[in-house]
Design a protein around this ligand. Structure first.
Ligand SMILES: Cc1cc2nc3c(=O)[nH]c(=O)nc-3n(C[C@H](O)[C@H](O)[C@H](O)COP(=O)(O)O)c2cc1C
Length: 310
């Protein structure tokens, strides 16, 4: 019980103190919570998705609380890549944890343009890039619904960047393992499974939709089993690591994702509830490993396939 488990993990050649990353879009650009929690304790930060040009996002209301989760239609509000490299990136570089920059574009060319701009920065600041291929806001459908477009984007960005590329996929596809495999086949170094689930909420008091765009993306604890389903099934088929995402509120949830095959996790809604939840999750992971006398977090990855922990 006195043993201190090793939470450190090498993810895509990046040394993480622990497997807990912030999910894109739920933790701002990543430095804003510096007065609230010790950011240094995080495994890493995935920034809010940035686009080539600034975006105001969708009209209000664009976030509502529903049973066991959140429904949002933020619409990728962001300051655009040029302003991002001016200020947020500089501030992020001082935190001392690996920074993963999330990017999205309307077209293949836009993804490449952003990649070129990021490539001109000091390479040591950005550890990896997460391609948001699953946002329903930019086009009518998430990009990953178009397999060849998705593959061309990954190939195009891959040619420009020397750092690892993570493809963030939508859960709204018939066969996520096939999609993850398609991403792997064109050079994605990892996949994030998954983004939000499409959903609608209606106010029965006045018969109006709760979100300005009617349709939104569902996140939070209610999506956890569905996201674990995708992680578990993709893990059987692909060789590249998985970032597990969707409904992680506790350390136990994070470990569940890792047992299903995730190498690391990204936490969204829980950090919107309180950024302190990120630190709580890290502490809970350590506590669970201690109780089970597991020396290293690496030992739990995908273990549900071979043995059941007591
Ligand atoms: C308010 C809000 C904004 C989000 N913005 C982004 C974003 O900019 N880029 C992205 O890839 N995902 C975005 N997401 C999705 C999250 O990164 C995450 O994939 C999803 O919320 C599921 O995880 P969770 O249940 O832990 O929140 C957003 C989610 C929420 C709730």
């Amino acid at each position: 019980m006195n043993m201190i488990p090793n939470l450190g993990i090498n993810f895509l050649g990046i040394e993480l103190k622990n497997p807990v990353l912030t999910a894109s879009g739920t933790f701002g650009y990543g430095y804003e919570a510096e007065d609230l929690i010790p950011l240094k304790k995080l495994g890493g930060i995935i920034t809010k998705t940035i686009t080539l040009h600034p975006r105001f996002g969708n009209p209000q209301p664009r976030i509502v609380e529903v049973e066991s989760g959140l429904l949002n239609t933020i619409g990728l509000q962001n300051i655009g890549v040029m302003s991002f490299i001016d200020e947020p990136l500089d501030r992020l570089s001082k935190i001392g944890v690996p920074i993963i920059v999330s990017i999205a574009g309307n077209t293949e060319k836009e993804y490449r343009e952003i990649a070129k701009i990021l490539n001109m920065q000091n390479n040591s600041i950005i550890s990896a890039v997460e391609l948001n291929l699953s946002c329903p806001n930019l086009r009518k459908k998430p990009i990953c619904h178009n397999l060849s477009l998705m593959q061309n984007i990954i190939k195009g960005v891959k040619k420009i960047l020397k750092i690892p590329i993570i493809a963030k996929l939508s859960p709204l596809v018939a066969d996520i393992p096939r999609l993850a495999l398609a991403a792997q086949n064109v050079g994605a170094n990892a996949v994030t499974l998954t983004n939000t689930y499409p959903a609608v909420a209606i106010n029965v008091k006045n018969f109006t939709p709760k979100l300005s765009t009617i349709n939104g993306g569902m996140s939070g604890s209610c999506i956890k089993p569905m996201s674990i389903y995708h992680v578990y099934n993709a893990y059987q088929r692909i060789k590249i690591p998985i970032v597990g995402c969707g409904g992680i509120m506790t350390g136990e949830d994070a470990i569940e994702f890792m047992l299903a095959g995730a190498s690391v996790v990204s936490v969204g809604s829980a950090s919107l509830v309180s950024p302190k939840n990120l630190i709580k999750i890290i502490n809970e992971i350590e506590f669970i490993l201690k109780c089970k006398s597991i020396k290293s977090i690496k030992e739990v990855i995908g273990i549900v396939n071979s043995k059941i922990l007591k």
